[in-house]
Each structure stands twice: as C-alpha cells, then as structure tokens.
Design a protein around this ligand. Structure first.
Ligand code: SF4
Ligand code: SF4
Length: 635
C-alpha cells in the first residue's frame, strides 16, 4: 500500500528512508499485526483486575472478570473516546474564554477585539445586552457566560441549545441527551464508564451522544471566540504543500490547534526589525511562516498563511531540512517530532504548560506577554537559521494555489451578492433545481491506515461530478488544498455542470472573474460548527429539521478521539456521517447495529462505515437521493 498520494510528501519519505529516519508509516509497520481485540473494541482496562478480553469467535471468554460483555465493552470504549475528544475541544475553548476575559479586563493587551460585530451578535444570541455598551463590557460578559458553560448548570448549554434548530432541541430533550456543562458531561462519561457503573450499551451510547453534544458546544464556542479575538475569516488566496517552504527564508512552521499563539507569530513575522534580522542572517526572503494541521488552518483562513502539510505527514516538514523552528501548541503533535528534528538543525518549541516534548525548548505562552513570546520565538528561528546546513535542504517543487476562508458569514455574504434581501434563497433554489444535488462536509484527519489523501481525492471527484457542494475543515481541507482541489481551476475541471454554474455565478458576483473554488474551506476542526451554522440557517429558512436536509458528512481518513466526538454529534444532528476507518466497536454486533441503523430512528443521522472511497461516494449519493425525495425534489 502506498503511504501517500502527495508527491511532495513522497519525496520526503524517500529521503527519510534513504537516511534511516523512521516516520509514522515505518512505526506503523513495526506495530503490525495490530491487536485484533483492540481493533474490535473487545478489550477493557478500566480496572486493575484487567486487562480483560472477549473472544470475538465465541470460543474463549465471553465476559470480563466483572461480567462486562462485548456490548458493554464496545459502548464504554466509544464513550471514553468521545469524552477524550470533548475534553480536548473543551480545553481549547476554555483557553479562548479565559483569554477573552483577560482581554476584556485589560490584562491581555496583545489580544484586542478584532470583530466587534461578531462579539455583539454572539452576545445577542446569549441574551446579553449590547445596546450602548462598550465592547469590553460586552466581551467580559460573553467570556463569563462561556466559562459558565464548563461546569454543571441548571440550564442546557447555551452554545448547543442556542445554535441548533428548534426541532433538534426537542429531539435531544426527548432522548435525554441535553448537556448542561462541558466539563461536567465529560466527567459524567468517565464516571459512567468506570468499574461497575453503566453496563447497558444503549444507555452508554446515549451518554456518548450527550457528551458529543457538549463537544459540539465546545467547538462552537471556540470558533465564536476565535473570530471575536482574531477576526472572522473571509476568502483569501494562498498556497499549499511542502513546496511552500523557502530555501531563502527563515521558515517557521506553526502546528497544533489553538490560534492564541500562532496568530501572534503570524502577526509579528512581518515586523521590519525581525525581517531585517533574518536578512542579516542570510535569509534574503526574510521570514516565511507556514502552517501544519489545525493551527495551520486557523492562520490559513484568517491570514492566507500557506499550509505545508497535515496530520500524518507532519514529520515530513522537518525532513526537508528547511524548517528552522517548529512551534507547537497542543493536539495532534506527534511525540516523535523532537527525534526527527535531531537529524537536522530545527528548533522544536513547545508553548503550552500542559503539552511539552522531551528535549524541546519551552517558551510558555502567557496572556500578558503573548507578543513578547512571539518575538522571542521568531528570534529563536533566526538563530536556528544561522545553524542551517544549506546542503541538507531539499524542498520539493511545486506548491499549488488555494483559496481559503469560507466562514458561514463569508458564504452568506457571497450569496447576498445574488439576493441581498434573502441570501439563502439562491442556495435553496439551486438545491431545489438540482444544480446543487446536496452538500457534503468533509472533516477529519489523515491516517497511516489509508494511502494519505486517497479517499478524499477519489470521493471529491465523484461527488463534485454529481453536483455535490463540498465544504471542508481540519486536515480534510489540508488534503484538498495540497492536491489543488481548493481552487477555481478545480471547479472548472471537476464540478458537474449545475454546480459549476452556481459556483461561477457567485464567483462572478464577488468580482473574482471566475468560479468559487471547488472546496469551501471553513477552517479547523472546531470550525465544523461553521458548517452546522449554515445547515441550521438553511433548515430554519425551509422550516424543516436538519435530518431532512440533503446534507452528509464524511471523515474518510479519521484518527483522533476528537474525530469520534465530532462524528457522533454530526450523527445526532441528523447528518448521515461516513467514516473510512471503522471505530473500535465492530466486535459488538449490537453496538454496531445501533450506530449504523437504529440511531437513524432516534436522531435521523447514522454512521456509514465504508473503507472503499468509490463505494462510500456512491452510498452518500444514495443518501442524498433519499433526502431529496423526502423533500419532494428530483432524485
Ligand atoms: S472493568 Fe471489568 S472488564 Fe474491565 S478490566 Fe475491570 S474486570 Fe475487566
Ligand atoms: S483533522 Fe484530525 S489530525 Fe488533523 S488536526 Fe484535526 S484532529 Fe488533528
């Protein structure tokens, strides 16, 4: 099986192999065969009497020491994965809320409020008075409301109940899955999955849905506050793949998830004094900031910072020998990075107290001194550049053009160019007419278990050819950007006639002189909430619930527990959700049946597991046909 379909990454894999540098794919080979019990979800380590395992063939043990069976184990495992994902998104969101509060109190001067209009819109949604009040006062109240979301309240989470359709609110209440606190719901899931608590698989899965809805709230909160602090994205031209690194510049790669530091590094990298310092060190082109993973997406959609690479291939950026500083915050940061950096001159810099790497330089981000830290980081990169060995630099040729930055506001704004009074009407009309057959949100990661990007690229060719409008976040958008799908040229090449006509009409109205890109890049993983916002607006406009829209989601190459949490809330939102890699539940036919079929009757969405990208695309088209028929539209 090929490791990647990205030629720039393949070039670095060849180099690494030649130099004996082990990367994720090499370590994966050394793990094979992976444990079948774990893959099927039939093992448990939740108490010290374990680990316990269930024989999937029915010839060995059918129960753990405590009597837990295959269904309990698989459901508990899924619940804990959702809890971990929610904790990660929740931690990110809470960090944003603390910073917004500090900014409002004048304790974080490096974080001015950049989108006051969004601040006031979010405040209004929360029922916070805005009329005649200073932005700082409104921001403080929004930040306090955000922080209150984390512990258990007497009311549902505002960032969940206040951002979905009335129909979803009723459905969640009917099934007892309304979360009242982000951290408290994570804590509840850890409680119910510990030794001797919840053993009913259906009850456990409903608990997982409740936890996933807390994850949705955390994602939405993180997106809202990031927009308030750093600006709401609008379309911006940029480039992608490892070819965005420059031999003639100090290269700083920003990796992780949270924009709190990366945005400031992006801001200060253009400082004339720093640029002069870089040039004095021999970097004729000054300072080149690039992104990796979702931190990369955050600065790509707001500043047009180029994206070098994505999750599974993060180490390959270092293999170019051209990265002077790799600056990380948290999540999806491989522990191996420091070892790969040892083969080159790269300085690995950690910035979060809870996410350190052995041998890395730790420069802690504090709200009060964020800009100073960013300056120091750039200084470290320049110092590392002086130690760079030009003979070791091998940057693959051929970065590709991409257009990013399609927030919900940007999409509605573009549609408003066609109909100022009713911006959603052109979208709704074109769906009804079949010019847009449906919408697919691609999200999630890259994995060693699939040739990198292969599922994304095959599926988009089929879906876009059938006039499916493509939205993307996270490393899904990285895959599309690196392969040239995030460009107007890709629209001309791959879109069906109806979709091409719509994207061209909007692009022309926006003064682009051509179509919108084939993929609308909405941002990082937490920005899946932006796609939810558009879907909710369309559903409300039509007067139907989300489970009737011709909308599907796909994570064709998922990895993280965060992806499990997102997939679970998408399913609960009524969105049929494809996974290209099965979560570890297949050892329980009952749990598998609930997630892939029964749940449809409860929430309208379900999980569709299909590793083959062609079959997956066809299955999603069939789902869209069913949804269209349900609305009385042509299939
Ligand atoms: S909780 Fe039960 S199944 Fe899990 S390790 Fe303990 S005894 Fe075994
Ligand atoms: S898409 Fe997955 S791998 Fe990529 S940054 Fe997000 S969580 Fe990490």
């Amino acid at each position: 099986m090929a490791a990647t379909t990205d030629a720039t990454i393949q070039a670095m894999l060849d180099r690494a192999a030649g130099e004996g540098i082990d990367l994720a794919w090499d370590r994966y080979q050394k793990q094979l065969p992976q444990c079948g019990f774990g893959e099927l979800g039939l093992c448990c380590r939740h108490c010290l009497q374990g680990p316990c395992r269930i024989d999937p063939f029915g010839q060995g043990p059918a129960l753990g020491v405590c009597g837990a069976d295959r269904d309990t184990m698989a459901a508990r495992g899924l619940g804990r994965a959702v809890a971990a994902g929610t904790a990660a998104h929740g931690g990110h969101a809470k960090h944003m809320a603390h910073t917004l509060l500090a900014a409002a109190q004048g304790k974080a001067p490096d974080y001015p409020i950049r989108d006051e209009a969004k601040l006031r819109r979010v405040a209004a949604r929360l029922g916070i008075a805005t009329e005649g009040r200073e932005a700082a006062a409104v921001a403080a109240e929004v930040a306090r409301a955000a922080l209150a979301e984390f512990s258990e309240k007497e009311t549902p989470l505002a960032w969940a109940a206040g951002t979905v359709t009335p129909g979803r609110v009723a459905t969640f209440a009917r099934h007892g899955v309304v979360p009242c606190g982000i951290d408290s719901t994570v804590s509840e899931m850890m409680h119910r999955t510990t030794y001797g608590v919840d053993a009913d698989p259906v009850n456990l899965l409903l608990g997982a849905v409740k936890c996933a809805l807390a994850d949705y709230a955390a994602c939405h909160l993180a997106t809202d506050l990031a927009d308030i602090l750093f600006g709401t994205p609008s379309p911006v031209a940029t480039r992608a793949n490892l070819g965005v690194l420059k031999a003639s510049a100090v290269n700083i790669a920003l990796h992780g998830h949270n924009p709190l530091l990366s945005d400031l590094v992006a801001q200060v990298a253009g400082d004339p004094a720093l640029v002069a310092q870089a040039q004095a060190a021999g970097a004729a082109d000054g300072i080149n900031v690039v992104g990796i993973c979702c931190t990369g997406n955050e600065i790509m959609v707001r500043h047009g910072i180029p994206l070098a690479t994505s999750s599974v291939s993060q180490e390959t950026a270092l293999v170019t020998g051209a990265v002077d500083a790799l600056v990380v915050d948290y999540q999806c940061v491989m522990p191996s990075l420091a070892s790969v950096a040892d083969c080159f001159h790269t300085r690995v810099i950690t910035t979060m107290p809870m996410a350190k790497l052995p041998r890395a330089l730790h420069l802690e981000l504090t709200e009060g001194e964020a800009r100073a830290t960013a300056f120091r980081i750039v200084g470290e990169a320049i110092a590392a550049f002086r130690q760079r060995n030009p003979a070791r630099v091998q940057i693959p040729d051929g970065s590709v053009a991409a257009v990013a930055g399609f927030s919900a506001e940007a999409i509605v704004g573009a549609l408003a160019l066609l109909d100022q009074d009713d911006p959603l009407k052109p979208l709704v009309d074109n769906i009804a007419a079949g010019n847009i057959y449906g919408v697919c949100l691609f999200a999630g990661c890259n994995t060693v278990k699939v040739p990198q990007d292969a599922n994304y690229t095959r599926m988009i060719e089929i879906l876009a050819g059938h006039n499916v409008l493509i939205l993307a976040t996270g490393c899904a958008s990285g895959a599309f950007a690196r392969h040239g799908f995030m460009s107007p040229a890709a629209t001309d090449r791959y879109a069906g006639d109806g979709l091409k006509a719509v994207l061209t009409a909007v692009g022309q109205a926006a003064g682009l002189g051509g179509p919108l890109p084939l993929v609308l890049h909405m941002g990082s993983c937490v920005d899946n909430s932006r796609a939810a916002d558009v879907a909710v607006a369309v559903a409300n406009r039509l007067g139907v619930d989300l489970d009737r829209l011709p909308l599907v989601a796909s994570a064709p190459e998922p990895v993280t527990e965060k992806a499990v949490a997102i997939g679970t809330w998408a399913m609960a939102a009524g969105i049929p959700t494809h996974l290209g890699v099965a979560p570890p539940v297949l050892g329980s036919p009952a749990v598998t049946r609930v997630l892939t079929a029964t749940v449809k009757d409860l929430f309208g969405g379900w999980l569709l597991v299909e590793p083959d990208p062609e079959k997956a695309a066809q299955a999603l088209l069939a789902v869209l046909a069913e949804r269209r028929q349900g609305l009385g539209l042509s299939a």
